[in-house]
Write a protein that binds this ligand. Structure first.
Ligand SMILES: [Zn+2]
Ligand SMILES: [Zn+2]
Length: 336
């Protein structure tokens, strides 16, 4: 049976209705009837071929939620009818030191859900069940979809960079990633400072759990928080005066890049040496982090603020994200 979705047929073109014959269901594969798929900025980059890895036509979408309708004979831990979700990654070698350590996202052979494969803006998807995650019952499907990419992207570095309940965590950007990062860090018990270029986001940031709010482009305000942050997560894709943020770190603090500013990052090495500070980056998360993140989100009622649109409106949704009008994540829904 063929799978129907919405495909990019050329760089920057509007998506078009598109059907394909899936690969035969392998022994460890499942077929998911998709109910929801979140729209991520990475989908737009793939549609544009900004990263030079897009192979047209392809169906984007990597924040997939749905119900299993077929399982290969080797699948024992999931069954038809289970509600599952898939994120950016659909596979890895599962045998290298990184995979064996639960860092499948760092595997040299990691496979992306919608690069070289068709993704989630479709009625179904087939993939290795080991990269599909059973959703806790209390997580709503639409709310959960953005957790699969945006959620894990902000959750994993909180765990990897030693954040503890006593930590002071800064989040740069109150958007798709940032509004989830604030919720996770607040639920960890941290003192959370939100940094945004938009002063009128203060109320929303505080609503998500931020204790402090700083206007990210105001040098006086940045100077005012010197030496206060243990970990700062930057979720934005803009250039900032990064030296001010290194200065905002406490000794042993780390500035972690999750978004990609257009320019190279330049700071004076001396500002890192004194205080033993670090600059780092972090991509999504491994399978153990995925499972833990979903359980943590369910327990602490962490969810993306979403705007749900019909799957058929995918091009309208893409337009909104291109214009930066999404508040905060758009999720496309198939007819029930
Ligand atoms: Zn994504
Ligand atoms: Zn591996």
């Amino acid at each position: 049976m063929s799978i129907t979705g919405y495909a990019a047929v050329a760089p920057k073109a509007a998506l078009e209705k598109f059907s394909y014959e899936p690969e035969p269901l392998g022994p460890l594969d499942i077929e998911i009837a998709i109910s929801h798929c979140g729209l991520c900025h990475s989908d737009i980059h793939l549609i544009n071929d900004d990263w030079g890895v897009s192979d047209y036509p392809f169906i984007p979408g990597h924040e997939v939620v749905g119900t299993i309708r077929k399982t290969g004979p080797g699948v024992t831990v999931l069954k038809a009818g289970d509600r599952v979700a898939v994120g950016w990654q659909r596979g890895s070698c599962l045998s290298c030191e990184w995979c064996l350590g639960g860092d499948e996202n760092l595997c040299a052979n990691n496979k992306a859900t919608c690069v070289g494969h068709h993704g989630g803006f479709a009625d179904a998807i087939r993939l290795d069940h080991r990269f599909a995650y059973k959703l806790p019952d209390t997580l709503d499907s639409a709310d959960a979809a953005p957790l699969m990419c945006a959620g894990i992207t902000v959750y994993s570095p909180l765990r990897e960079f030693g954040v503890r309940p006593s930590s002071r965590v800064g989040i740069i950007g109150v958007g798709g990633l940032g509004h989830l990062a604030i919720q996770f860090a607040a639920a960890f018990g941290c003192e959370v400072t939100a940094f945004s270029s938009t002063a009128d986001k203060e109320q929303e940031a505080r609503h998500f759990g931020a204790h402090n709010f700083v206007v990210s482009t105001d040098p006086d305000q940045i100077a005012g928080v010197a030496g206060t942050q243990d970990v700062i997560l930057s979720t934005i894709n803009n250039d900032l005066e990064w030296g001010g943020y290194i200065n905002a770190l406490r000794p042993k603090g780390t500035l972690v890049f999750l978004g990609v500013p257009p320019s190279s990052i330049s700071v004076h090495a001396f500002t890192l040496i004194m205080g033993r500070k670090a600059i780092a980056g972090s991509p999504i998360g491994g399978r153990p982090a995925m499972r833990e993140m979903l359980e943590f989100a369910a327990r602490h009622d962490i969810k993306a603020r979403t705007e749900v649109m019909p799957m058929a409106d995918i091009n309208k949704a893409i337009d909104k994200v291109r214009k930066n009008e999404a508040r905060y994540r758009i999720v496309l829904a198939n007819p029930a």
